[in-house]
Design a protein around this ligand. Structure first.
Ligand code: HEM
Length: 457
C-alpha cells in the first residue's frame, strides 16, 4: 500500500522537538485543540510523526476489531514501561497476551468480590483511622496508601509473604516515580541521577523480594487463590521464571495504585465542590448502608454513587493518554497509515467532546442515568480502555473505589480548604496535585464505620 500521509498536521511544531514540548507543558489543552482539527491528526514527537485519533468509533476499531490484527500495544511512551516490565500483562504483545490474560483472569472473577470487599473495607478503615477532626489531608497521597494496602491484602494472601510484600510496597513508589520521569524525559533513564540510583536499588530489592516469594511458593502446596498462586501454580510451580513473576507483580502495582488514587481523590474533590451531589450521595449511603459496615451486597444498590464515579472518570480519567502501533499498512478514517506508525488517543479529550457530551465541562452525574445515557456516550467513555486489553481490574477497581467512598463518607464530612483548586499532575496517570480537603468526623456515626474496631484517638 502506498502511504501518502493525508491526515492534517497540527500547527506549532518546533524544529527538533516537534510538539513534544507542548505535550509535556500543557498536554490536556493540546489534546483538546487537536480534537478540533479532525478525527485523525498528525503531530511530531521529536522527529517521529505520530497520529492522534480523536473519533470514538475509530478508537473503538483500533481497540476492539483491529486489536492484534491491525494494531497492537506500542507507540510513544510504551517502550519505557516495557523496559521496566517487558513481560507483564500490560506490556505484552498480542500473541503472548492471550494465554497470560486467561491464566490471570480467575484472580479477578466476580465470585471473589464479596471476600475482597471485606479487605477493601479493612484497608479504608486503616487509612481513615489516622485522620483527626479538623485536619487537612492531601487526598491523592491518602488514597495511594489505600490502593497499595488493598493490592497487598487481596493479591498476596499467604501470611508468609508479608515480609516480601512489604519490601515491594516500600520500593514500588520509587520505581513508579522514576518510570514517570523516563516517560516524560526521553533518555533520562541513562543518566546517573540520584533518582536513577534510588531506582536501581529499589529494583534490586524488589527482584530479591519477589524471588524469595517465588521460592517459598514453589514448596507450598496450597492454592491461595491469589495472584501469586496464579503465577506459581501449586501443581506447576515452575510455570514461570522469577523474571516473569517480577514483571507481573510490578505490573499489578503499577496498574492498580495511581489509577485508584486518582479516581478516589478526584471524586472526593468533585464532591467537596458540589454540595448538592454530596448531600444526595450521603443520603443514599445513609439509606443503603446506614450505621453498619458496608458489604458487597450494598455496592450494586449505591446507584447514585456509581453515577458520581462515572462522572469523575469522565472528567478526570486517571489514564489520560494511551498509545498503539499499526502492525500492517492500514487506514483509519480514510487516512493511510504505514506499518509501524505510532498512534495516540486520549480518554480525556474523548470524554470532553461537546459533540458527544452536552455541556462537557459540567459535573453532572445524572447524565449517566439509564434514560439519558446513549450509545455514543458509551462508545466514547473509555476510562478502562476497551476490547481484549481492557483493564483486567475494572470490576475489582470499581468495587474497591465504592467501598472506600462508603467508609470515608459514612464516617467523615469533607470540605475544600479555601484557596485554589488542584492542578492535574500529568504522569502515567493524572492525579489532582495540591488538593487539600478538611475532614470533620460525622457526629452521627460510629467512629469505626461499624466495624467494631476503635481507632485510638
Ligand atoms: C480506577 C481504576 C483504574 C483505571 C482507570 C484503570 C485504567 C486502565 C486502562 C485504561 C487500561 C488499558 C490500557 C491500554 O489499553 O493500553 C488498563 C489496563 C490494565 N489495568 Fe487498570 N485501571 C484501574 C484499576 C486497576 C486495578 C485496580 C488493577 C489491578 C488490580 C489494574 C490492572 C491493570 C492491568 C494488569 C492492565 C493490563 C491489562 C491487559 O493488557 O490485559 N487496573 N487499566
Amino acid at each position: 500500500m502506498r502511504t501518502t500521509d493525508t491526515a492534517p498536521s497540527a500547527p506549532g511544531a518546533l524544529p527538533l522537538i516537534g510538539h513534544a514540548g507542548r505535550l509535556a507543558r500543557d498536554g490536556l489543552g493540546f489534546l483538546e485543540e487537536l480534537r478540533a482539527l479532525g478525527p485523525v491528526v498528525r503531530i511530531r514527537l521529536g522527529r517521529t510523526p505520530v497520529h492522534v485519533v480523536n473519533a470514538p468509533d475509530l478508537v473503538q476499531r483500533m481497540l476492539v476489531a483491529g486489536n492484534g490484527v491491525e494494531f497492537d500495544k506500542g507507540g510513544p511512551f510504551f517502550d519505557q514501561a516495557a523496559q521496566l516490565v517487558g513481560g507483564g500483562l500490560s506490556t505484552s504483545l498480542a500473541g503472548p497476551h492471550r494465554p497470560m490474560r486467561a491464566a490471570l483472569r480467575p484472580v479477578f472473577t466476580r465470585h471473589r468480590l464479596p471476600h475482597h470487599t471485606e479487605r477493601f473495607r479493612d484497608c479504608a478503615l486503616e487509612v481513615t483511622s489516622t485522620w483527626r477532626s479538623g485536619q487537612a489531608v492531601e487526598p491523592y497521597t491518602e488514597m495511594k496508601h489505600y490502593a497499595v494496602a488493598v493490592l497487598a491484602r487481596t493479591l498476596f494472601l499467604a501470611p508468609e509473604d508479608r515480609q516480601a510484600v512489604e519490601a515491594v510496597l516500600r520500593n514500588v513508589p520509587v520505581m513508579l516515580s522514576a518510570l514517570a520521569t523516563h516517560m516524560m524525559v526521553p533518555g533520562s533513564n541513562r543518566l546517573p541521577t540520584p533518582e536513577n540510583l534510588r531506582n536501581a536499588r529499589a529494583t534490586r530489592e524488589t527482584r530479591a523480594a519477589v524471588a524469595a516469594m517465588v521460592r517459598r511458593r514453589m514448596s507450598d502446596p496450597t492454592d491461595h487463590h491469589d495472584l501469586m498462586s496464579a503465577l506459581v501454580p501449586p501443581d506447576r510451580p515452575a510455570a514461570h521464571t522469577d523474571q516473569e513473576v517480577f514483571d507481573q507483580v510490578i505490573t499489578f502495582f503499577i496498574g492498580g495504585t495511581e489509577t485508584m488514587a486518582s479516581l478516589l481523590s478526584w471524586t472526593l474533590h468533585l464532591l467537596s465542590r458540589h454540595p448538592r451531589a454530596y448531600e444526595r450521595l450521603e443520603a443514599e449511603l445513609d439509606d443503603v448502608v446506614g450505621d453498619r459496615p458496608v458489604t458487597h451486597q450494598d455496592l450494586s444498590r449505591l446507584t447514585y454513587m456509581r453515577r458520581v464515579m462515572n462522572e469523575s472518570l469522565r472528567l478526570h480519567p486517571p489514564v489520560w493518554l494511551l498509545s498503539r502501533v499499526a502492525l500492517v499498512d492500514t487506514e483509519l478514517g480514510g487516512h493511510p497509515l504505514p506499518a509501524g506508525a505510532g498512534l495516540l488517543f486520549s480518554p480525556y479529550a474523548l470524554h470532553r467532546d461537546p459533540a458527544v457530551f452536552a455541556d462537557p465541562e459540567r459535573f453532572d452525574p445524572d447524565r449517566w442515568s439509564e434514560d439519558r445515557v446513549d450509545r455514543r456516550q458509551r462508545e466514547a467513555f473509555i476510562p478502562f480502555g476497551a476490547g481484549a486489553r481492557r483493564c483486567i481490574g475494572d470490576t475489582f477497581g470499581l468495587a474497591e473505589a465504592q467501598t472506600a467512598l462508603a467508609v470515608i463518607l459514612g464516617g467523615w464530612r469533607i470540605r475544600p480548604r479555601p484557596g485554589g483548586g488542584p492542578e492535574p499532575l500529568l504522569r502515567m496517570t493524572m492525579g489532582p496535585q495540591g488538593d487539600r480537603l478538611v475532614l470533620d468526623r460525622r457526629a452521627d456515626r460510629a467512629p469505626d464505620g461499624g466495624a467494631g474496631v476503635l481507632p485510638g484517638e
